[in-house]
Design a protein around this ligand. Structure first.
Ligand code: PM9
Length: 478
């Protein structure tokens, strides 16, 4: 019997209690955290939608595989299993484990980027661009315009604009472009997919010019599901087959196994070219660990190998994204402005549309994430100007999208949790004009969104920063 609705293809064997806090506790907690949800203690959070990275629930098969992890320093049996799973499902010959995705980005950037090089990509990602810049490269956004428009219903907002890519190649020359960085899905655009057809076009343009294509595969399985659902001719194919086709259009991939692969830590760099792989193996021993563990324990590699296999199960991926869509549709029905179409790993609130009274230099998305926490105990993440950082002149970058991400960990929360999240966002929406902006009071040199601290903009005379930030919010609810 086939069902129209989806249900989680698992049942719960182990549970972890959640802690509810009071509003006064949360007011103090957010002030202590400098109004940055990254700096909250997890114990002060009720429903944690900060990230889907490393926060997924592992299966009984993953946990039992960890018990047979081979902790040999060199040539671990667990590495062989990981290598086998990556070869089978992603199709790359050379597999170099890393402690997580940015470890792979670091090695790749050091290896392929020379000072003065240019790296086109379908929208920036924070850690990816940081490593490209540290290696002396310049990132160029060549995603289609629709990706920068929260309201565009384009089904493949992750697509690369081929004319933008061609124009960059004409301008700087193919020899200054070590690779095109293709993300699937595109996190900062709202978890939006790239189509197989578009990946083919990119391949056809770059191959004759000798420009490589490197896939960021953190959520490539989710991308493959969108291709199956939306791309003409793909509807009857398995997600695993589509994933294989996507990878076949790339020369290599960086991977955070903390996303699709259902692991709490880990990643890899995978390559086809023997010489580049040799270079990567040389570098990985400097920064991560020997090339057969790359900073991971044998048990971690076991968990990833099993997680890869589980990640491409049709039932798993359908319910994983089904849950995200369930939350997104509830919010849309209530008139909340969110990025459309609903993405694969998260629902993204359009903070600029929700809080038009807060100017961009007072970081509306950061303020909204803080206010949502105070109101409900739900932790989300800013994905706007704070995440975008500063340009080479030291000025704030203001991306078109000013978003708050409600990121859904895999296999962790139930539909009832999603209902609470939706109710909480609707409550904040109803009192949105009471949310006030933030000033940065501390900013680290790199990836500022992780550690920056803020204070409420002091507009009213005689109010403490905390009273002002939360403002009349403190009068609503409890
Ligand atoms: N993404 C996320 O929450 C965790 C860190 S940034 C807040 O979305 C892509 C597309 C990612 C990603 C991490 C990495 C880096 C690369 N590409 O976190 O180093 O979304 O494993 O991966 C995070 P690692």
């Amino acid at each position: 019997m086939t069902h129209k609705s989806w249900a989680e293809p698992w049942r719960i064997k182990v549970v972890e209690p959640l802690r509810m806090t009071t509003r006064p506790e949360r007011e103090l907690a957010i002030e202590r955290a400098g109004y940055n949800t990254f700096l909250l203690d997890a114990d002060d959070v009720y429903i944690d939608l900060l990230t889907d990275s490393g926060t997924s629930a592992m299966s009984d098969r993953q946990w039992s595989a960890m018990m047979i992890g081979d902790e040999a320093y060199a040539g671990s049996r667990s590495f062989t299993k990981l290598q086998g799973a990556v070869r089978r499902y992603y199709g790359f010959e050379h597999v170099i484990p890393t402690h997580q995705g940015r470890g792979a980005e670091h090695i790749l950037s050091r290896l392929l980027i020379k000072p003065g090089d240019h790296i086109p990509g379908n929208m920036y990602f924070t850690t990816t661009r940081a490593h490209q810049e540290l290696a002396g490269g310049t990132f160029h956004d060549v995603i289609i315009d629709e990706a920068h428009d929260a309201d565009s219903e384009h089904e493949f907002k992750g697509n690369i604009d081929i004319s933008k890519l061609r124009a960059l190649i004409d301008e700087v020359g193919a020899s200054r472009i070590p690779y095109v960085a293709v993300a699937a899905t595109v996190n900062m655009a709202g978890g939006q997919p790239i189509s197989l057809a578009n990946m083919r076009e990119v391949r056809e343009l770059t191959r004759p010019l000798g420009i490589r294509v490197i896939l960021d595969g953190a959520r490539a399985v989710e991308n493959a599901w969108f291709i199956q659902q939306r791309e003409p001719g793909q509807g009857r194919r398995l997600v695993a087959e589509i994933l294989h086709d996507m990878c076949a259009l790339a020369d290599g991939m960086t991977m955070s196994a903390k996303k699709d692969s259902l692991a709490n830590i880990g990643g890899w760099l995978a390559l086809r070219d023997d010489d580049i792989a040799e270079g990567a193996r040389n570098l990985v021993v400097l920064y991560e660990g020997l090339h057969t563990y790359g900073g991971l324990a044998g048990r971690d590699m076991e968990a990833i190998a099993v997680g890869i296999e589980e990640s491409v199960s049709e039932d798993h991926i359908r319910s994983r994204i089904g849950q995200v869509i369930y939350l997104g549709e509830k919010l849309m029905d209530a008139g909340i402005p969110i990025v459309r179409p609903i993405g694969g790993h998260a629902v993204f609130l359009d903070a600029a549309a929700m809080l038009p009274h807060i100017p961009r230099d007072q970081f509306p998305a950061q303020a909204l994430a803080a206010a949502l926490y105070v109101e409900s105990g739900i932790r989300s993440m800013e994905r706007g100007a704070v995440s975008a950082g500063r340009d080479e002149k030291g000025e704030n970058r203001y991306p078109a999208l000013e978003l708050v991400r409600l990121t859904i960990p895999r296999r962790v929360y139930t539909q009832a949790h999603m209902d609470i999240v939706a109710e909480s966002v609707i409550e904040i929406f109803d009192i949105r004009e009471k949310v006030t902006g933030l000033d940065i009071v501390y900013e680290p040199a790199h990836l500022r969104f992780f550690q920056a601290r803020f204070e409420p903009v002091k507009r009213l005379v005689g109010t403490t920063p905390r009273a002002h930030a939360i403002g009349s919010l403190a009068l609503v609810g409890e």
